[in-house]
Design a protein around this ligand. Sequence first.
Ligand SMILES: [Cu+2]
Length: 158
Amino acid sequence: MDRTVERNAASLGGRPGRSRMVLAVASLVWALPAFAQSPLPRTPSPEGVTLYFISPSEGEALKSPVTVRFGLSGMGVAPAGVDFAKTGHHHLIVDAVLPAVDAPIPADEHHVHFGAGQTQGVLELPPGEHHLQLLLGDKNHIPHDPPVASERIQITIE
Ligand SMILES: [Cu+2]
């Protein structure tokens, strides 16, 4: 043991109250990132599930507002918050890439939740090209394992 360590050990030993506090803070700082990184529980998806657009179809040119119809086979639809095996609720990803699969899907204009169990939605989009993709989420809005997503389609708003 070198002298520096001996001195530190002696000073900590001499002030037990303070050393205990330092240790508590150190363990808290260590624990927080570990907690933040621990994966949230994910719901398994069965094999052979297909999520797809009934409409619009790839490459379609349409006028806004657009009615988007969601197709799902191999699983059922249940509202958010309902714990029922082999179900989920729809999310429409608009002009964005798929979000992280181990966290709740964000809720904003690029990530639209259909938490009441809807199987279609109406989108207002400005003229131009847009990309749409469907992603199923479990009762906690977390993608299933493995994730259930549709193809990403491109549409044009006239
Ligand atoms: Cu959701």
